[in-house]
Design a protein around this ligand. Structure first.
Ligand SMILES: C[S@@+](CC[C@H](N)C(=O)[O-])C[C@H]1O[C@@H](n2cnc3c(N)ncnc32)[C@H](O)[C@@H]1O
Length: 219
């Protein structure tokens, strides 16, 4: 990624972030608009106020291209970062993005691994799957109705009482039924106010949702 190294895609807390989309990778090879909104959210004053100094354990679901994980690591302090997607092509692009941003990830323990939502059989012997995550992020992951149940199953598997989930959503793709299922699955959620969204994404159909376990609903 040498050419990108001369021209950052964006900058968070004075740290340049390098990224090149590759749509030939598959559906997650390019950055989806909600991914862009979330990436820019990490630059906002509100996000800066939320930044925690203690090192976080972070999981990204359906990353596709790795950019959001890098943005998050530039925003906060990350102890462990687990970046996941379905197949080798996406994982290859994710590794490429992380490699181009080593200056941000040098103090983090990083895993790039396959995780198909709702599929836990292969996780039994995986050290990363036993991490108690502080933060789980995902952008445009609830984009088809048949994915709602498996995605929520993965949230049920990984979300503990302390875990905060930040989900970027395109309201046209993520129907109300997703939020009904989320509530039935033991989660509460709130949408970030429009005034907290990055300026270019206010008044649009892109939303950032903060999701947590309902009290007393933790496995
Ligand atoms: C719409 S893309 C979003 C990519 C990226 N998060 C973004 O916002 O730019 C959805 C991503 O979810 C992944 N995905 C789709 N179905 C999945 C499943 N059942 N389990 C895990 N990942 C899945 C795709 O491979 C893709 O990378």
């Amino acid at each position: 990624m040498e050419s990108e190294l001369t021209s950052p895609f964006l900058t968070i807390r004075d740290q340049p972030i390098y990224f090149q989309e590759d749509w030939s990778t598959g559906i997650g090879g390019g950055l989806w608009s909600t991914g862009l909104a979330l990436a820019h959210y990490f630059k906002t004053e509100h996000a800066a106020k939320q930044a925690r100094l203690d090192p976080l354990k972070v999981l990204e679901l359906g990353s596709g291209n790795g950019l959001l994980s890098v943005c998050l690591a530039a925003w906060g302090s990350v102890q462990s970062l687990v970046v996941t997607d379905l197949d080798d092509q996406h994982l290859q692009l994710i590794r490429k993005t992380l490699q181009a941003n080593q200056h941000i990830l040098q103090n983090s323990e990083v895993y790039v691994v396959k995780h198909k939502w709702g599929d836990f059989e292969t996780l039994e012997n995986e050290a990363w799957a036993k991490i108690d995550f502080d933060l789980i992020i995902g952008s445009d992951v609830a984009y088809r109705e048949e994915l709602y149940d498996p995605l929520i199953a993965s949230l049920q598997f990984f979300v503990k009482a302390k875990t905060i989930v930040l989900l970027g959503v395109t309201m046209a793709d993520t129907k109300a039924v997703f939020f009904d299922l989320l509530a039935k699955g033991g989660f509460r959620y709130e949408k970030l106010g429009d005034h907290l969204m990055p300026e270019n994404f206010r008044g649009t159909t892109f939303g950032i949702f903060v999701i947590r376990r309902k009290a007393g609903n933790c496995t």
